[in-house]
Write a protein that binds this ligand. Structure first.
Ligand SMILES: Nc1nc2c(ncn2[C@@H]2O[C@H](COP(=O)(O)OP(=O)(O)O)[C@@H](O)[C@H]2O)c(=O)[nH]1
Ligand SMILES: [Mg+2]
Length: 263
């Protein structure tokens, strides 16, 4: 499982580098895990997502749902679970994936924190293995392109995603294969070192992972199979023109990321 933790440039880290935020051996248990779900019109998936996360991750765990006032009332279905471990935020005057995740981070309390899509395409069953890897790493990415991973969607979507990732890997380096995954778990302290740019759709993830690598954090990719959604509608599967515009936006943001100053 390659990742920037294994990148030769970063093996300069001292041998005793342990993940930031790792408790001293024997001092405390894992602590609260916060899983953030950004949602827009996921009424058919949200119930299954909540149950699957609670089944996959042993307590203590909280789920933060940031919904942008979905017309299908995803926010209401989530709130109706009446589980104290589920926190629902309904944003009325704003929309956007990256800013929703950022809002979730602000609202979360876990010392381990992550986010994933809410359409069952990022398998909640992977979370337990990701948690295990946080014992030795700062950041774990669910990856389609690392050995053992797979993108099982329509060929046109696989192709565009592969092109974006190939470009990101070439321009940004650090051995990351799925720069655009959107499925991640980390120690909370990572967010003290790296902040998320709360704008746009998926490109925020590329910037975030690149900044983690530049800061010398231990990042690892773990394989999963990305499937086509079974229920609901994709918000990014748009017409060819919009697709082209989005692709150009990605390219511009990858280049900007490469040459931007790192705070
Ligand atoms: N809060 C919020 N969530 C969004 C927005 N757009 C997409 N999402 C969520 O982001 C995740 C990925 O979106 P999805 O439609 O599956 O796009 P795809 O995976 O690229 O086809 C899903 O959980 C969506 O519900 C948005 O504008 N606001
Ligand atoms: Mg999706």
């Amino acid at each position: 499982m390659p990742g920037c933790g294994e990148n030769p440039g970063i093996s300069m880290l001292p041998d005793n580098h342990s993940p930031i935020g790792t408790p001293e051996p024997g001092t405390s248990s894992r602590g609260l895990v916060s899983i953030i779900l950004a949602t827009y019109n996921e009424s058919e998936n949200i119930g299954d997502m909540i149950s699957a996360i609670f089944t996959s991750v042993p307590d203590p765990v909280e789920i933060i749902i940031v919904d942008d006032n979905s017309p299908d009332q995803t926010w209401k279905i989530a709130a109706n679970t009446r589980d104290p471990r589920v926190k629902v935020i309904r944003r009325v005057k704003t929309r956007g994936l990256a800013s929703a995740i950022n809002r979730g981070i602000i609202e979360s309390q876990g010392n381990l924190i992550g986010w994933m899509d809410a359409d069952m395409c990022h398998p909640p069953t992977l979370l337990l293995s990701m948690l295990e890897l946080l014992k030795t790493h700062d950041v774990v990415i669910g990856s389609r392109y690392v050995r053992g991973g797979k993108d099982d969607r329509a060929p046109s979507r696989v192709l565009t995603s592969r092109l974006i990732n190939r470009m990101a890997s070439l321009v940004l380096g650090h051995g990351i294969l799925d720069y655009d995954s959107g499925f991640i778990l980390m120690h909370r302290d990572v967010l003290d070192a790296v902040s998320l740019t709360p704008s746009g759709y998926g490109a925020y993830f590329i910037e975030f992972i690149y900044a983690c690598c530049r800061k010398g954090l231990k990042v690892i990719e773990i394989p999963f199979t990305f499937t086509e959604r079974v229920k609901g509608v994709s918000k990014s599967n748009v017409n060819l023109f919009q697709f082209g515009i989005a692709g150009l936006g990605y390219i511009a943001r990858i280049l900007k990321t490469r040459f931007a100053r790192l705070d």
